[in-house]
Design a protein around this ligand. Structure first.
Ligand code: SF4
Ligand code: SF4
Length: 202
């Protein structure tokens, strides 16, 4: 015996009160009835929702820039960072007449997140170099249909008329943190080369 934690279990005879079961039933009822008068911890979701923090990790948004063009350049870093393999996308090249629609020369023609796979870790937001994807304090609506949980650009891209406010999570401190080259995840390939002292490589 490596530890002294094990105990010998003895099956003892039940007393007369225990064999009657009635005291146990009354004790159970007492606990149930006492809960009727306590403050309820449950709510009638989805009719009711609880207030959440402004930096809650809920439904994603694909942001537009100040001119209304989509910021996402379909680089795929969010998909690579996603531990749940929830993100898929198809990249396309921007046409000259589409400069007002997409900020970069490459854009996501299809961008989908499977909300049933997503674990709302926020790694896609951290990985994005273009400040294009953010999680928000919006709750994902519930439904009985699994297919409708694959959210495409029609749901994810913010509307020009009603932009989604992400200032609470994209504070100046966060922006500086994301640029600080002291942190390994902020270093580019060229930074790594410079730090290693190797030269002659781009
Ligand atoms: S929040 Fe996490 S799990 Fe969800 S899409 Fe982003 S990286 Fe993937
Ligand atoms: S959301 Fe960001 S990381 Fe993801 S593909 Fe678009 S630009 Fe790249």
């Amino acid at each position: 015996m490596l530890t002294q934690r094990s105990k010998l279990v003895v099956k003892r005879e039940m007393s007369l009160t225990e064999r009657l079961y009635l005291p146990a039933i009354f004790n159970g009822l007492k606990i149930t009835i006492s809960h009727l008068f306590k403050r309820k911890t449950t709510i009638k979701y989805p009719e009711e929702t609880r207030p959440v923090s402004p930096i809650y990790r809920g439904l994603h948004v694909l942001k537009r820039d100040e001119a209304g063009a989509e910021r996402c350049t379909a680089c795929g870093l969010c998909a690579v960072a996603c531990p749940a393999e929830a993100i898929t996308m198809v990249a396309e090249e921007r046409k000259p007449e589409e400069t007002h629609l997409y900020r970069e020369e490459k854009y996501a023609a299809i961008y989908e997140i499977d909300m049933l796979r997503c674990i709302f870790c926020g790694l896609c937001e951290e990985a994005c170099p273009k400040e294009a994807i953010f999680l928000t304090d919006r709750i994902i609506p519930s439904t009985y249909d699994r297919d409708s949980y694959v959210f495409g650009k029609d749901i994810l891209v913010e509307s020009i008329e009603a932009p989604v406010d992400v200032t609470k999570r994209q504070t100046q401190e966060v922006l500086e943190f994301k640029k600080d080259k002291k942190h390994y995840h902020n270093r580019t390939f060229n930074d790594a080369i410079k730090k290693s002292g190797l030269s002659g490589q781009k």
